[in-house]
Design a protein around this ligand. Structure first.
Ligand code: ZN
Length: 205
């Protein structure tokens, strides 16, 4: 993996971003890096937004049930308060945190902390999600991971929402989203738009 390219022994303070669509293995990659650091007896801590209550409050649980300890936080400022003694700080589902996270990550990295941030790059409409685009910009290293398109097997581009709901923050499992490549995503969204327009025309008639 790419993170080895940056000299870990010379300057530990840095920001790594792992981003991608749902089912791309972002959390698994975050956990892999955190476990490796923990094995090297580094002081590690994972934070995630308290909004993500799909699984346990105390653990980061990836979709394949790899469990490591974790602290839920309400805001990015809390991460700064709680990570004063940490060597490696992991942040999962960062797209749900506030824009202040960008500054928090910079402050931690400047103090010598290795910060690993995982999150959705885009929401279900294909729009950059929360602080993720800014985090990608300030990161020392960005790893974009991909799911597989469930319709054609190409690399997925976005998480397509299967249920009708316009809210950006909607946590989901496989029943509510599907990873699609750009082409299949365009087709799916185009078809929904057609159906919507047809529905409106019917209502107006
Ligand atoms: Zn496809």
């Amino acid at each position: 993996m790419m993170e080895n390219l940056i000299g870990e022994t010379h300057r530990p303070g840095r920001i790594e971003v792992v981003c991608g669509s749902m089912f791309s293995g972002k959390t698994e990659e975050l956990i892999r890096r955190m476990k490796r650091a923990k094995f090297a007896r580094q002081r590690v801590e994972i934070f995630k937004p308290s909004i993500d209550k799909r699984y346990s409050d105390e653990d980061v649980v990836s979709h394949d049930k790899n469990i490591i300890p974790c602290t839920p936080v309400d805001s990015s400022a809390t991460i700064l308060l709680l990570s004063s003694d940490m060597e490696v700080v992991g942040i999962d589902e960062a797209q749900f945190l506030d824009e202040g996270l960008v500054d928090v990550c910079n402050q931690l990295a400047n103090k010598g902390v290795r910060v690993i941030v995982a999150g959705l790059d885009m929401d279900f409409k294909g729009v950059p999600f929360g602080p993720m685009p800014a985090l990608c910009a300030i990161a020392d290293e960005v790893t974009k991971v991909h799911a597989i398109c469930v319709r054609c097997g190409a690399l997925a581009y976005a998480s397509h929402r299967l249920v009708k709901n316009d809210k950006q923050v909607m946590l989901g499992e496989k029943t509510e989203y599907e990873p699609l490549c750009r082409e299949c995503y365009q087709k799916a969204v185009g078809k929904e738009k057609c159906e919507e327009d047809a529905g409106t025309a019917e209502n107006n008639a």
